[in-house]
Design a binder for this molecule. Structure first.
Ligand code: HMG
Ligand code: MG
Length: 303
């Protein structure tokens, strides 16, 4: 079996996890959540996003989050799709940008109000400029398997888009199953293709667990040579403009599976559980995480 000795968890809970929640989570609670996840050993994290507060009200407090949560030890990302967001990012001391675009045109239009090609035209000079300024640039590729509006997305289209971003000079491609519809065979096929075609770029897998296949997809991606996974504490998450998308694969479930297989993550699960317990009173929902549920039943036995 082709398995790595270590894997990197990119915690997207503070961004993907919270962005879709209708009840506003107080900024202080978000900051505490982020700090506790870092103390659990998370090395890379999407802190928040610079997007329109009219479109995504939950992320309106991005400046305060960035102000309080940047540190030297963690690779802290701020997600944004356009020049306005990059201008705001440049006014902070964050030096890790995450831009995003959908393979599917219809999805991109619903999410960002631009066609995929229009987004590419806008992002190319942005990325080249960020690289000239020594930023780490991550690009999130949405609807890489299925689109909620257009259906099945072809591997060749994902590869072509990824290659465009390779040409712009990005450091990382986070390739997403936005609506949680991919199966492990598709995950293995796409990630094998990308790893082979793009050997000099970090490839990260981003799975949503809408149909319960996310952990199986993580395992398939591992076998394709992927050792970086976007995960969300508590299994929170979902894109507001992708109908039917539910939470990301839970950080705790992925870490537990990987560690059980002898793959080191550096994440302390007890501390992730504490971070989730502290966040819980501010949420109007329960967590979609098998590990968290077990931990609540019998802390000593399962954490
Ligand atoms: P628009 O209406 O076409 O934009 O929306 P606009 O340029 O006409 O501007 C409209 C207003 O938004 C203006 O303000 C701008 O200043 C402001 P107003 O004059 O009305 O007061 N604005 C901004 N404000 C803050 N930050 C910005 C920004 N840009 C413009 N960056 C826009 C276009 C992109 C703004 C809008 O469509 C938007 O905000 N979309 C949000 C999309 C989003 O956040 N989706 C979720 C994240 S992606 C995701 O979850 C997928 C991922 O997890 C991977 C996966 O699972 O697939 C990454
Ligand atoms: Mg997502």
């Amino acid at each position: 079996m082709n398995l790595p000795k270590k894997a990197t968890i990119i915690e997207v809970g503070p961004r993907d996890g919270l962005q879709n929640l209708k009840t506003f989570v107080p900024t202080e609670a978000k900051i505490e959540f982020i700090k506790q996840l870092k103390s659990a050993g998370v090395q890379e994290m999407e802190l928040t996003s610079f997007v329109s507060p009219k479109w995504v009200p939950q992320m309106a407090d991005a400046p305060a989050i960035i102000e309080e949560c940047l540190d030297e030890e963690t690779r802290n990302f701020v997600l944004t799709p356009n020049q306005t967001g990059i201008d705001r990012l440049l006014s902070t001391s964050c030096r890790n940008a995450a831009v995003f675009v959908g393979v599917s045109n219809t999805f991109n239009k619903k999410n960002i109000n631009k066609t995929t090609e229009e987004s590419l035209q806008e992002l190319e000079p942005i990325i080249r400029d960020l690289k000239a300024k020594n930023f780490f640039v991550r690009t999130c590729i949405s609807t890489s398997f299925y689109c909620p509006y257009e259906g099945k997305v072809e591997i060749d289209d994902v590869l072509a888009l990824c290659k465009r971003f390779e040409g712009f000079g990005v450091d990382e491609l986070s390739v997403a199953d936005t609506i949680g519809m991919a199966n492990p065979k598709e995950s293995f096929e796409l990630f094998s293709t990308l790893k082979k075609a793009l050997p000099n770029i970090m490839i990260t897998a981003h799975f949503h667990n809408t149909r319960g296949m996310a952990l199986a997809n993580v395992f398939a991606a591992l076998q394709a040579g992927v050792d970086r996974f976007d995960t969300s504490a508590g299994g929170l998450g979902g894109c507001p403009f992708a109908p039917g998308a539910s939470g990301n694969v839970a950080t705790e479930d992925v870490v537990f599976m990987l560690e059980q297989m002898g793959i080191e993550t550096g994440i302390n699960l007890r501390r992730v559980v504490v971070a989730l317990e502290n966040l819980q009173p501010h949420l109007n929902k329960s967590y979609e995480s098998q590990y968290f549920k077990l931990a609540q039943l019998d802390t000593n036995q399962h954490v």
